[in-house]
Design a protein around this ligand. Sequence first.
Ligand SMILES: *Cc1c(COP(=O)(O)O)cnc(C)c1O
Length: 222
Amino acid sequence: MISDILQEIKEELPEGTRLVAVSKYHPVSALQEAYDAGQRIFGESHVQEMQMKREQLPQEDIEWHFIGHLQTNKVKYIAPYVSLIHAVDTPKLLAEISRQGVRQGRRIPCLLELHVAQEETKYGFSTEECESYLASGAWQALNGAEIRGVMCMASNVDDERQIAQEFETAHQFFLHLRDTYFAHQPAFRECSWGMSHDYQIALRHGSTLIRVGSKIFGERVY
Ligand SMILES: *Cc1c(COP(=O)(O)O)cnc(C)c1O
């Protein structure tokens, strides 16, 4: 039962940590079941799918988090309502989010995606890239976007020590960024890491937002 699993996960969460129920590829009925069990934060990774689900579920109190790779030309569709964009991976994307935020009269909350995993991927800032971007100060002029923290994915391996090490690297880097660039911005507080197979490790390494999908909703049918 979705409600039992949600309850089980929530009991594991320390104070200040929240669960993003990753509902991509699952039908609206599954989200409704989670909603009825009290879940209010949903994570999706496709713009059209998120739009469609949003239209069919209660509008007042659901937080929609966009967790996937976001193309700049699609920001405008989610800008009016998205609660948090987790995987901002280029300065260009952040600038476009800000532009759309200004158009909507809001500051859109964002996380910078860090690439800490071993695997080659196209996405995410290395810690060096992230540091030099923040040091440039260019982001301070982006009035329609607010950087709330960082996000990462660990390598897809069984070695728990390696996963722990990657989360710890991200957490230490988060603390460094917070103290260096965001000391006067308490909203910079989010660390988004931990999925179905590694969220328990993530909780021991600074996570404030876990993104759990298949453990709640079952395997995805693509
Ligand atoms: C799909 C997805 C998740 C959830 O993965 P599960 O293994 O199903 O928990 C978390 N984060 C991101 C970025 C995803 O794309």
